[in-house]
Write a protein that binds this ligand. Structure first.
Ligand code: ARG
Length: 461
């Protein structure tokens, strides 16, 4: 007596319900239902093309699959745990619809190459959406940077005021990070755009299949060169999780800065009401919840990367059921990334920089100390010595509660007779920023160049 499972021929006993439940993946892999049907359609068309199946049988199967696709989109398909996963659920629904001829669909195919194909297709369909969202965010950055080339703010190292910079320059730094993120996802696409179907269980098949034909049907530019690799490889998923982790890390750093900048201590930025929340007890509160949430969500994406790396670590070739654990983390990452990018974009686009406050923060500090050292170095004082002279002036300033620009020329001259009246010009923060003409520096001309290059990259006029 065989069991009623599709693969049940050699089994004499049923698994108990909770074992079925444990082994099933339908609760999550139904997200790939569309891809599964798409893959089956291409496969069965190839079986007709190669003469492996006769045309009449294939036409019935194609019609049945297309009907299932329509019902899927209408939300009418009902999946069951008894049918374990999306592949067997679809096959069983097809059998209900067109009878035993449905059984011919699985000729020259295994669930091992089928699931890998579905997973590739799933990601292949989503990678461009992620890059589109990143591009939208880059456009926001460019337009904000354009408005803020001459907005002066403190630049930090060690979270201490370092040197004044242009806010536009700061924004364009993130533009560059997101540019690399997109390049990583594009490279990821190269490895996702390879078709595993035709590898069958692990060794290929004796049927005269045409893998190139299936690849063309499904829009893949390559097929896996090795059948063992085809069913075992999850590098494309790992790359996706790794790339996503780096992207989330970038968003998270930005969110951390936004959270700091909206605080009472900084007040560099005011978030719009639409992207903040209040407190149930403290009536004055306006919390940067969205920034915190995106920062928090970076953690779960890193977790998915670690999870899959650990799952893959000791897997012998070829397919092992462990691989069923590859999907949820990737699905959740897609579900996390897209709204994080959208929310972040909206939050940033509607935030108002407090330009006066940013500038003021560069004037009540010693972030122009390098300017004075450079001033002396330009007059021939060895930079190391100039550094020492200015360091002593800073110390004096701390003791007397004076900034460098507030000290009298007489006092400055005591430190170095080379200091003249023109020093006060150099000590202005906007001058310190404007003059940094070195390639990629924060000088206004350099920020404008970065913006122009970025616009060219994105095809903006
Ligand atoms: N649900 C399985 C997965 O997600 C499909 C492949 C099953 N193959 C097998 N030989 N049990 O990996």
């Amino acid at each position: 007596m065989s069991t009623k499972k599709l693969w049940g021929g050699r089994f004499q006993q049923q698994a108990s319900e909770w074992v079925d439940q444990f082994g099933a993946s339908i609760s999550f892999d139904q997200l790939m239902a569309d891809e599964d049907i798409e893959g089956s359609l291409a496969h069965v068309k190839m079986l007709k093309h190669t003469g492996i199946l006769n045309g009449a049988d294939v036409d019935k199967i194609v019609k049945g699959l297309e009907d299932l696709q329509t019902e899927l989109h209408e939300g009418k398909l009902h999946f069951t745990v008894e049918n374990e996963d999306i592949h067997m659920n679809i096959e069983s629904l097809l059998t209900q619809k067109i009878g035993p001829v449905a059984g011919k669909l699985h000729t020259a195919r295994s669930r091992n190459d089928q699931v890998a194909t579905d997973f590739h297709l799933y990601l292949k369909n989503r990678l461009p959406k992620i890059n589109d969202e990143i591009t939208t965010l880059q456009k926001t950055l460019i337009s904000l940077a354009e408005k803020n080339v001459e907005t002066i703010m403190p630049g930090y190292t060690h979270l201490q005021h370092a040197q004044p910079i242009s806010y536009g320059h700061y924004l364009m730094a993130y533009y560059q990070m997101f540019k690399r993120d997109k390049e990583r996802f594009e490279f990821n696409m190269k490895h996702t755009d390879i078709l595993p179907l035709g590898a069958a269980a692990l060794a290929g098949t004796t049927f005269p299949i045409d893998r190139e034909y299936t690849a063309k049907e499904l829009g893949f530019s390559q097929v896996y060169a090795n059948s063992l690799d085809a069913v075992s490889d999850r590098d494309f998923a790992l790359e996706f999780l790794s790339n996503s982790s780096i992207l989330m890390m970038h968003l998270s750093r930005f969110c951390e800065e936004i959270s700091l900048w909206v605080s009472h201590e900084f007040k560099y930025l005011e978030l719009s009401d639409g992207y903040t929340t209040g407190s149930s007890i403290m009536p004055q509160k306006k919390n940067p919840d969205m920034a915190e949430l995106i920062r928090g969500k970076s953690g779960r994406v890193y977790g998915h990367l670690m999870g899959l790396l650990a799952t893959m670590k000791s897997l012998p070739l070829a397919y092992n059921k462990d691989l069923q654990e590859d999907k949820e983390g990737v699905f959740d990452t897609v579900k996390t990334l897209l709204p994080s990018l959208r929310v972040f974009n909206g939050m940033l686009a509607t935030a108002k920089p407090n330009i006066d406050r940013m500038k003021e923060a560069t004037e009540n500090d010693f972030s122009n100390a390098t300017e004075l050292a450079d001033y002396l170095a330009a007059k021939g004082v060895p930079f190391r010595q100039a550094h020492g002279i200015v360091g002593q002036l800073v110390l004096k300033g701390i003791q007397t509660h004076q900034n460098l620009q507030d000290m009298s020329l007489e006092d400055l001259k005591k430190a170095s007779p080379l200091i003249e009246k023109d020093v006060y010009h150099d000590l202005k923060s906007e001058v310190a920023v404007e003059r940094r003409h070195s390639l990629g520096g924060t000088g206004f001309d350099q920020v404008k160049k970065q913006i122009a290059d970025a616009k060219k990259e994105l095809g903006i006029n």
